[in-house]
Design a protein around this ligand. Structure first.
Ligand SMILES: NC(=O)c1ccc[n+]([C@@H]2O[C@H](COP(=O)([O-])OP(=O)(O)OC[C@H]3O[C@@H](n4cnc5c(N)ncnc54)[C@H](O)[C@@H]3O)[C@@H](O)[C@H]2O)c1
Length: 445
């Protein structure tokens, strides 16, 4: 994590003084961003940190609880937003059952509809958790930065290159405003990964020539279409199977493994080609996504990454990363390094893997100490790596990173979506089937 020291002013002035001064400025006509910058730069110490949650599903609830589990001062949930009120209410009950004294969300600070994020950001929150499906992340992240909030955002941070570019631009603004930006690529916070990767980067296996990354697993949930659902509601409830919301499973899940290899390589692939399709997971329940992708990425050094992700039952499953070098190899997820003769050079053993909690311990310790971590850039570029992979499997073409990052093919115009009655960017045919991408035909750049 990179750390930025707070400004001198922030160190020598109490938070209350800041808010008082800033309120006067606001009352005197100065814009709200003055308050935001002042608040952002201040070390929280043991002050209460007020949290807003945007996207009240499984991960958003989990992240809110993990934020409240941190030490050094209280973290209070004060505002919640989701497109669906039932999700707000369910998450409220779930989070409150775990932290009854740390949830202070009145009815006025529960927001639903597509504008929910505006209500949360206008509440008096210091930090927001962004945990909607990733399609909306660039819009929400940009708005959170504009409002001067510290951000924890789940991965992926976008589903298309336009979204990645938007996140990168907003991230630069976040740095200028001294805002913390954390991204839910939790392996980066796990001691077992950190220790293994440090050794690899220190030369334990020599020069890396090959990397392998896998997310071969099972198909996620399906929510049946109900008679009273609009098409928008159906897709929102089944976001996993729609690219404008999810980005396909290569983006939504496999990003974790691709990010680990990028971390080790200290860079991003420069070119690639791949193949994939929808072999088994067919039918009205499964939207427009592939059930398998295979990509061969090339890094600047000439090293290759072989990447597989698959959602097909009764096949070989693995969620792991491996690297091979001129002097040995590493099972990175297994936290084990061997030389070319198989002699064990390092074995972390068990434990050191609860990244979901550790990433919040690290973030809140930094916020309280006045440090401002920024994970936005690698969060965005590892997201781009996964999007690049999808572009390669959907198109069947060989492409460069530059071509992919500059792609003008956008998944949706998220700013214009305001109602569950709006038409989503993809529609089914008369049999309620969606067009699945076709390699050799589908255009991605
Ligand atoms: N880091 C990890 O290991 C990890 C694990 C699981 C999920 N995630 C990520 O977390 C995010 C959420 O996943 P989940 O499993 O919680 O899904 P989920 O379906 O349980 O929750 C998503 C919630 O967002 C809501 N939502 C959709 N559009 C919204 C909008 N525009 N504004 C506000 N709310 C909106 C949905 O109604 C839903 O309640 C995804 O990006 C996913 O990839 C990360």
């Amino acid at each position: 994590m990179t750390e930025k020291a707070p400004g001198t002013d922030a160190k020598s002035t109490s938070r209350r003084d800041f808010i008082k001064t800033s309120s006067l400025l606001v009352a005197g006509g100065a814009v709200g961003s003055t308050l935001s910058v002042a608040r952002a730069a201040h070390p929280f110490g043991s002050d209460v940190i007020k949290l807003g949650l945007i996207g009240c599903g499984g991960r958003g609830s989990g992240a809110a609880v993990q934020a409240m589990n941190t030490m050094g001062g209280e973290v209070k949930l004060v505002a919640m937003g989701d497109v669906f009120d039932d999700r707000v209410q369910g998450a409220f009950r779930g989070i409150k059952s775990q932290h009854p004294n740390k949830v202070d969300v009145s009815k006025e600070r529960m927001f639903s509809g597509f504008d929910n994020y505006k209500g949360v950001l206008a509440s008096d929150v210091d930090m927001v958790i962004l945990a909607t499906p990733p399609g909306f992340r660039p819009l929400h992240f940009e708005a959170a930065v504009k409002a001067g909030k510290h951000v924890f955002m789940e991965k992926p941070v976008a589903v298309d290159a336009a979204g990645v570019r938007r996140v990168l631009a907003a991230n630069e603004e976040a740095k200028k405003k001294d805002l913390a930006v954390a991204v839910g690529l939790q392996r980066r916070h796990e001691p077992r990964y950190k220790e293994t990767i440090q050794r690899i980067q220190d030369g334990a296996i020599g020069d890396i020539v090959l990397a392998r990354a896998y997310w071969n697993g099972s198909t996620p949930w399906v929510r049946q279409r109900q008679a009273n659902m609009t098409e928008m509601e159906y897709q929102m409830r089944n976001w996993y199977y729609f690219n404008w919301l999810c980005g396909d499973h290569i983006v939504e899940q496999h990003i974790h493994n691709l990010d680990v290899i990028n971390w080790i390589m200290n860079g991003y692939p420069v070119s690639g080609q791949g193949q994939g399709g929808c072999q088994v997971r067919k039918g009205v329940d499964y939207g427009e996504t592939f059930d398998h992708h295979f990509v061969e990425f090339t890094y600047k050094s000439g090293a290759t990454m072989l990447s597989q992700c698959r959602h097909i039952p009764n096949c070989w499953n693995a969620v792991s990363e491996h690297v091979h070098g001129t002097k040995g190899s590493a099972d990175v997820s297994g936290a084990k390094i061997v030389d070319l003769n198989g002699k064990v050079l390092f074995n972390y053993g068990r434990g050191g893997g609860d990244g979901h909690q550790q990433e919040h311990h690290d973030l809140f310790a930094d916020l309280r100490a006045g440090k401002r971590p920024n994970e936005g850039e690698w969060g965005a570029l590892s997201t781009m790596t996964a999007i690049f992979g999808r572009m390669l499997t959907y198109s069947g073409q060989k492409l460069t990173w530059e071509e992919a990052l500059n792609s003008q093919v956008a998944a949706a115009d998220y700013d214009k979506i305001t109602s569950l009655k709006d038409a989503p960017p993809v529609m089914p045919d008369k049999d309620l089937m969606y067009q699945v991408p076709v390699p050799g035909v589908t255009k991605v750049v």
